[in-house]
Design a binder for this molecule. Structure first.
Ligand code: B4P
Length: 191
């Protein structure tokens, strides 16, 4: 089993590159953002609560996303590997993920961390907000709150994996295909 984390601030290209990577490497895509948006669309109790938090640009409570990921891992027992997109986003989520994968004897092989400047992130997310219908993309102050939340709670997750020498930084500005090539080069060297 080959498990990887695609990491980076909101708007850094995680969702965009994940689509291409799963097609190329045959991994199972697990995006906590997509899982939460699916709960919102179905108007479940979890979705209703999550939407309130997401619309403020804050992170959904750890126990909620850890529960979702744990059940998604259990429901995909025979996959080649997982591509985690937007998870883990806190140190507690990283520790929980390591425990879940230890049970499968399939630890994280690599974390690929996309680097993008804040102004470029805001520009991309505002542009996506024009068409995506995502309420968290339409307001610049919410976008900046998401980026601040990333610096406060999520950036430390890279430090956690750095201790195990698992982090590779990737230039996240440039064309989608150029960035995809850089990501593939690293994965090809590890898989
Ligand atoms: P996510 O769904 O994870 O979304 P995101 O971080 O906003 O965006 P992503 O990084 O995937 O977008 P992409 O760059 O691909 O999170 C949404 C919310 O859910 C969070 O704020 C939080 O509230 C909650 N949540 C999710 N996971 C959680 C967790 N684990 N714990 C707690 N809460 C959680 O795309 C951005 C735009 O850039 C697109 O329009 C794209 O077309 C464009 N783009 C991509 N690459 C480009 C390039 N190279 N050049 C130009 N534009 C590009």
């Amino acid at each position: 089993m080959f498990n990887l984390i695609l990491f980076g601030p909101p708007g850094s290209g995680k969702g965009t590159q994940s689509e291409k990577l799963i097609a190329r490497f045959g991994l199972k895509h697990l995006s906590t953002g997509d899982l939460l948006r699916s709960e919102i669309a179905k108007q479940t109790a979890l979705g209703v609560e999550a939407k309130k938090v997401m619309d403020k640009g804050e992170l959904v409570p750890d126990e909620v996303v850890i529960g979702m990921i744990s059940s998604a891992i259990d429901h995909n027992a025979n996959v080649k590997g997982f591509l985690f997109d937007g998870f883990p986003r806190t140190a507690a989520q990283a520790e929980a993920l390591d425990k879940l994968l230890a049970l499968k004897k399939a630890p994280i092989a690599v974390m690929l961390a996309l680097e993008v400047s804040e102004e470029e992130l805001v520009k991309r997310l505002m542009k996506r907000g024009e068409t995506s219908g995502r309420s968290d993309d339409t307001n610049e102050s919410v976008i900046r709150a998401r980026i601040a939340e990333y610096h406060k709670k999520t950036a430390v997750v890279a430090d956690y994996y750095r201790k195990f020498d698992k982090v590779t930084m990737i230039e996240g500005e440039g064309s989608i295909d150029e960035i995809f090539s850089s990501l593939c080069e690293v994965i090809d060297s590890k898989i």
